[in-house]
Design a protein around this ligand. Structure first.
Ligand code: SAM
Length: 292
């Protein structure tokens, strides 16, 4: 969705560009706090690349979770987005306020926990109630929880460009047949087209995390299964991947085992890891019919 307000891609005439991110951290005496999963992207070229991958963003409403000192935020603003930045750590508020001054009427910075956020109310209050996409370098410790919230919760973004630890990114896009393929892959791929679009080594971040990172693009499919079928998919994948080494006839025993597989047309001797997404949709449909 777009906003009607005119775009301003750079700082207005006479206003200096925002200072380098390292200077901002030094000036405010900010160091990374592990509790908040803080690993900063201080290289603006990388931030701009992520904004390009997420684009075109001109006049798009973008929710950014965890702006920290504001590197990606700045790249999103430069790309012409209207940004609502949601940061749990209040120490970053002054840096974000400065950035808001450089991009008048383009940035709303809120100090709150994104896990508890009511996105619909926030968009109503700050963006006239229209849809939005999410672009974020997510905190590792809550990245999967946030993705599931946006996939399964009452508010759904139009599109997402999200940085995760690489292992999680690989699980989101994994095809059937490998050890990365699991419940997250099935749910994400049922609801979205998913694509791994960028990988970053740990050294790209300050401080460097222990693992590499990757960016995933997720675009919601036009045809969404109804909520009861999605809930059934959560149940079936939970049981199947909860015991992923077992054959489906055993792993799905509580849900109907062999009979369920027969109705769904899925091999009861297969293991969850080898069943492609349409197979899980068939199992979910069969379970829904059976429990109606
Ligand atoms: N976007 C910045 C960057 O790329 O340099 C920071 C990314 S850092 C990986 C994750 C950010 O998310 C931190 O600023 C952290 O404080 C924030 N954060 C952690 N948990 C959060 C939550 N539940 N809600 C909102 N922000 C959160």
């Amino acid at each position: 969705m777009t906003l009607a307000t005119p775009s301003k891609r750079a700082a207005p005439d006479g206003m200096a560009d925002p200072p380098p991110l390292r200077d901002t951290l030094t000036r405010l005496g900010l160091t990374a706090d592990k509790r908040f999963g803080q690993h900063f992207l201080l290289d603006l070229n990388i931030c701009r690349k992520i904004a390009r991958i997420a684009g075109p963003l001109e006049d798009q409403v973008v929710i950014e979770v965890g702006p920290g000192p504001g590197g990606l935020t700045r790249a999103l603003l430069e790309a012409g987005a209207q940004v609502i930045a949601v940061e749990k750590d209040a120490r970053f508020a002054p840096a974000l306020d400065d950035l808001a001054t450089n991009f008048p009427n383009r940035l709303t910075a809120l100090t709150t926990d994104a896990l508890k956020l009511n996105e619909t109310a926030m968009l109503r209050d700050y963006a006239g109630g229209i849809g939005a996409r999410v672009v974020s370098n997510l905190p590792y410790n809550v990245g999967t929880a946030l993705l599931l919230k946006w996939l399964l919760g009452p508010w759904r973004p139009e599109a997402m460009t999200l940085m995760f630890q690489k292992e999680v990114a690989l699980r989101i896009v994994a095809p059937a047949g490998g050890s990365d393929y699991g419940r997250l892959s099935v749910i994400a791929q049922t609801l979205c087209e998913t694509r791994l679009v960028m990988e970053l080594p740990a050294r790209a971040f300050t401080p460097p995390p222990k693992v590499a990172s990757a960016v995933v693009n997720l675009r919601l499919r036009n045809e969404r299964p109804d909520d009861r079928l999605v809930a059934a998919l959560e149940t079936v994948t939970g049981a199947a991947f909860g015991q992923r080494r077992k054959m489906l006839r055993s792993a799905l025993k509580q849900l109907g085992g062999e009979q369920l597989c027969r109705v769904a047309g899925v091999d009861a001797n297969a293991r969850a890891e080898t069943v492609p997404v349409p197979g899980f949709m068939a199992l979910a449909r069969a379970w829904l019919e059976q429990s109606a």
